[in-house]
Write a protein that binds this ligand. Structure first.
Ligand code: SAM
Length: 328
């Protein structure tokens, strides 16, 4: 439990800061990645995750960068799945851009992964290329079909982007709900310098919601997935629509998560610089006493919340790190 009485039951693990896409709101086109030698090995990642699970983490999300481009990543899913078997972990899941998901879907399902978040901001192949710079929509759609065929429950995540997909939200709803998938919309956050003005990207979800209400009946829902999304049920489609609103509606009072980077730095808040190094205690000793102490110290210093700002007078990002480093 942190000093604000919040139970930390959710660990998000960035297994690599590298990605085979360059989404315009996430990364700059030219990125400097962390040196490979600084990365935790898969064994070290397992050790840190297991220490968190021992201390009460119940949900673990593997992310990045693109988690499925990390070499031998299935090995990590394999070792972590023992915590599902023992019942100590309730959910092992991942967030992916979908490019490599088709190849791994069956293995993920066999290892106990039940749900997977796939990020798609647009269903227009040309626009998809512009937003991701390097992605192919067709490959991602094919992966989604393979994931569903393997029995994985797919959730679609889309960042609401001014002038890019704001006229496509209904299409995204139709796409997701038409296949029985939830759709979650996310507000763009000012994380890292991406070489574009955040003011030009940011579309408040309060605006999207109002527009949708002209067309659809949005029924409040108490459904939760353990994340920050707040859901409505769309009466006309029967499907769920989630809103993640770090900008227009702060949800920090119910924050239950911390984030581990691929180099073993633990960030206690996506929007603050506070961090604790877990790589040193992992490498300094084969037993977990030092690691446990470092985790305790980290949770005791979890900040109350983030204070993101996007406006014309604020030219610096709220935090310097890009989303791919902290893990989205
Ligand atoms: N590569 C994987 C993917 O594409 O989902 C996982 C990592 S990615 C950083 C995770 C999520 O963060 C994606 O849904 C992405 O759209 C979102 N994201 C990245 N940068 C963001 C930003 N500045 N604001 C809001 N969401 C962001």
């Amino acid at each position: 439990m942190d000093p604000f009485g919040r139970h930390i039951t959710y660990l998000r693990v960035s297994v690599t800061d590298r990605c085979n896409f360059r989404c315009v709101y996430c990364m700059a086109e030219q990125m400097t990645f962390l040196p490979r030698k600084d990365l935790l090995t898969l064994g070290e990642l397992d050790r840190v995750c297991s220490a968190f699970i021992r201390r009460g983490v119940r949900k673990l999300r593997v992310t990045g960068g693109e988690p499925l481009v990390r070499k031998n990543i299935m090995q990590l899913f394999k070792t972590l799945s023992r915590h599902l078997d023992s019942g100590d972990l309730e959910e092992l899941t991942l967030t992916t851009n979908g490019s490599e998901l088709g190849k791994h879907a069956e293995d993920l399902a066999a290892l106990g992964v039940r749900r997977v978040n796939v990020s798609i901001d647009t269903l227009d192949p040309q626009k998809f290329k512009e937003v991701t710079r390097w992605g192919e929509l067709e490959v991602v759609l094919d992966s989604i079909a393979k994931a569903e065929a393997a029995g994985l429950q797919v959730k679609i995540n889309a960042v609401a982007l001014k002038g890019v997909n704001e006229n496509e939200i209904e299409d995204l709803i139709g796409f997701a709900h038409g296949r029985g998938a939830d759709l979650t919309l996310i507000e763009a956050m000012p994380l890292g310098d991406v070489g574009q003005s955040r003011v030009d990207q940011y579309l408040p979800l309060s605006v999207v919601r109002e527009r949708l209400m002209e067309r659809f009946t949005l029924e409040e829902s108490s459904y939760r997935t353990g994340g920050p999304a707040r859901y409505v049920r769309i009466k006309e489609t029967g499907g769920r629509l989630g809103f993640i609103t770090p900008m227009t509606h702060n949800f920090c009072e119910s924050c239950n998560r911390v984030r581990l980077t691929c180099t073993g730095t633990l960030y206690m808040c996506l929007g603050q610089e506070d961090a604790v190094d877990l790589r040193f205690p992992v490498r300094a000793s084969a037993d977990d006493a030092l690691l446990d102490t470092a985790i305790e110290r980290a949770i005791a210093s979890k900040p109350k919340g983030h204070d993101f700002i996007i406006d014309r007078s604020t030219t610096q990002p709220s935090v310097g790190r890009h989303m791919n480093t902290t893990g989205g």
